[in-house]
Design a protein around this ligand. Structure first.
Ligand SMILES: Cc1cc2nc3c(=O)[nH]c(=O)nc-3n(C[C@H](O)[C@H](O)[C@H](O)COP(=O)(O)OP(=O)(O)OC[C@H]3O[C@@H](n4cnc5c(N)ncnc54)[C@H](O)[C@@H]3O)c2cc1C
Length: 600
């Protein structure tokens, strides 16, 4: 199996030459860190990924969790030491303040460590990642007592956290959920309902699972205003600090296409009328608060998708460098040796696709994480929060959807071997297929950007975003060799402004259904431009480096950026023109096609 699943050199390029992540250390919150501490942390993350995670990448896929006697049994041998390491190494709460045991690390660095974990073994990585998200909700909205009760054990990796939203009949339409919370005069609520697909919702590697669950107040209003957020532990904590039964039962797990190493559980709450939950934050604000975690998890899904693309890319690259097959089209002599696959233009095209999607998306993830870090230190917090919100649907969706094509290209490069289990690429392909589905499907992300984000705060977020892209264009103008890409991005931005204005002008005259019918295409259009923005950044940094002193190896590295950027602009960004034609059209075939016309 391929040895490499990510490039440490590439991460250094991103954080030092493209984004200057160390500049965050000017803020007192991050002042104890510098390039050296970042390096040490990322080196350690790579070591953990290489030694504790990647060796079990295949094994966890072929030995998936199973449910027996009401308990889910997972791949203990690997997951137990990993969770211990995550807790002891402070990886779950690394970005949190010192006073709660954090390291005040920029989220950007933590996300890059998570990228390495995800590339090595996403199924294993998801356990601490979910705990971090659930703990964050308690951290942001929970009472003092709640924080003291749950956070230390969650941060130490001893207790698992989950997000419990989905029900058998309610997935995307969360406003319709039916799990009930009935108030008592004891300060807690009685919870009754069923949740499904709950990642890491039950397992034999932790003592307790802390569910951050949304439920409807008994006799409360219909829809979103009736929904509140509760912490519902699998075992509640009694006065002596011991654990006691809380009537949370696991009725089984699903058998999945990929991402098999972590279970998704069916959970019943309050079957015996004995399940207690505690309100987190304000009554009726459950969905808005849960969206804090969802947003965090959407970013994690985007980065997780990038990590799987990376794993598949490095496997395909290694294979293409080693496997010999055929000759160049101009070489007709059968006595000449066959060439490595990587010599064929069509193989290069597929490698370029993977590299362009992976690195462009990774840059977008770093960009967004830096905005989040600036929110933490209060540097124009409102603006950086708007930029984060605006970019999330693109970061969640682009690598998830394009990752299916990118990992498929990795299989294609392997030919028949790629379809077989001896190589890792078929697993990356299966593993990534969940990403356009969980944490809000692509359809929901499309509606989010077109229905909400572009007009958010009277279009201020959209304008801030344009300003950011324009800053990158101005910087790139120092490098005349990038003129073609600069012009292409300038015209893409103009098209984005014109098309968006056109769509918003039409909105008043058409139904919401017609307005949102092609929302996913709009999201695709916007995402292509966002990735082009990032590629111009990467190309600018590479052009700058090529002007200085660079070894031959470094020159090849930077040339790789320039050529991959050229590929992105010529092969991918050009798709926005056909998307714009479709999006400008008044012909709404998907709305007008009656449901019964599908019957043959
Ligand atoms: C591996 C895995 C892990 C998961 N982990 C968790 C977890 O930890 N916690 C949790 O709570 N849930 C989890 N889920 C559930 C996941 O979030 C849902 O599957 C997802 O939100 C979609 O809901 P659904 O499956 O009910 O699909 P549906 O909501 O039924 O959607 C089906 C299709 O219809 C489309 N659609 C739905 N509504 C509309 C609409 N109004 N307009 C246009 N199109 C629409 C969707 O885009 C989708 O394409 C997980 C699922 C899986 C498979």
């Amino acid at each position: 199996m391929a040895e490499k699943f990510a490039s440490r050199r590439n991460i250094d390029f991103m954080i030092n030459e493209v984004f200057d992540v160390a500049s965050l250390n000017r803020f007192p919150y991050f002042e104890d860190h510098d390039e050296e501490t970042f390096k040490m942390i990322l080196d350690t993350a790579l070591k953990i990924s290489t030694e504790m995670m990647f060796p079990y990448f295949k094994e966890m896929d072929t030995n998936p969790p199973y449910w027996e006697d009401g308990k889910v049994h997972v791949y203990k041998k690997a997951i137990v030491p990993f969770l211990k390491e995550m807790g002891e190494g402070g990886w779950i709460n690394a970005e949190k303040p010192y006073d709660i045991g954090g390291q005040q690390l920029p989220l950007t660095i933590k996300e890059l460590a998570y990228f390495l974990f995800g590339a090595a073994n996403y199924s294993m990585h998801v356990y601490p990642m979910l705990t971090a998200g659930a703990a964050n909700l308690i951290y942001q909205f929970g009472s003092r007592e709640m924080k003291d009760m749950y956070l230390p054990k969650m941060y130490s990796g001893e207790w698992q956290g989950t997000m419990a939203l989905t029900e058998p009949d309610v997935g995307s339409s969360l406003g319709d959920l039916t799990t009930i919370a009935e108030p008592t005069d004891q300060g807690y609520y009685m919870i009754k309902g069923q949740k499904i697909f709950i990642s890491a919702g039950n397992s034999d590697v932790v003592d307790n699972v802390i569910h951050l669950l949304i439920a409807r107040l008994k006799d409360g209003p219909l829809g979103v205003p009736g929904i509140s957020l509760f912490v519902v532990p699998e075992y509640r904590i009694n006065e002596n600090g011991g654990l006691e039964y809380n009537d949370v039962q696991c009725g089984g797990i699903e058998h999945k296409l990929g991402y098999k190493g972590s279970p998704i559980a069916q959970l019943t709450f309050g079957e015996e009328k004995n399940c207690r939950g505690w309100l987190v934050g304000d009554l009726g604000k459950g969905l808005a608060q849960m969206f804090k975690m969802m947003n965090e998890e959407r970013i994690n899904v985007g980065i997780g998708a990038v990590s799987k693309i990376a794993g598949a890319y490095y496997a395909a690259l290694e294979y293409a460098q080693q496997r010999k097959q055929g000759r160049k089209p101009d070489q007709k002599d059968p006595a000449t040796p066959m060439v490595e696959l990587i010599e064929h233009a069509d193989i290069k095209r597929m490698l370029l696709l993977q590299k362009a999607v992976m690195e462009g998306s990774m840059a977008l993830a770093i960009q967004l994480s830096m905005y989040q870090d600036l929110v933490t230190v209060d540097e124009n917090a409102e603006e950086h929060e708007m930029l984060t919100d605006f970019i999330i649907p693109m970061l969640k969706t682009y690598p998830s959807e394009m990752g299916i094509l990118a990992t498929s290209a990795a299989i294609q490069i392997h030919g028949g071997y790629g379809f077989c289990g001896d190589f890792p690429v078929e697993q990356y392909y299966r593993d990534i297929r969940i990403d356009p589905i969980h944490e809000g499907t692509t359809g929901i992300q499309g509606q989010d950007i077109l229905g909400r984000k572009i007009s958010m705060k009277n279009g201020k977020a959209f304008q801030l975003y344009i300003n950011e892209v324009e800053k990158t264009i101005a910087e790139a103008k120092n490098y005349p060799e990038l003129e073609k890409q600069i012009k292409a991005l300038e015209s893409a931005v103009q098209l984005m402004k014109d098309l968006t204005a056109l769509l918003l002008a039409k909105k008043a005259q058409i139904t919401n259904e017609a307005f949102l019918a092609d929302a996913v295409l709009y999201l695709d259009f916007m995402s292509q431009i966002a990735i082009a923005w990032q590629w111009l950044k990467l190309m600018t940094a590479a052009a700058k480096a090529l002007k200085g002193q660079a070894s031959d190896q470094d020159k090849a590295f930077y040339q790789g950026k320039i050529y991959t950027g050229r590929y992105f602009y010529d092969y991918e960004l050009t798709k926005i023109h056909s998307l714009a034609i479709r999006l400008s059209s008044d012909d709404k075939v998907t709305v007008e096609m009656a449901s019964e016309y599908f019957e043959d």
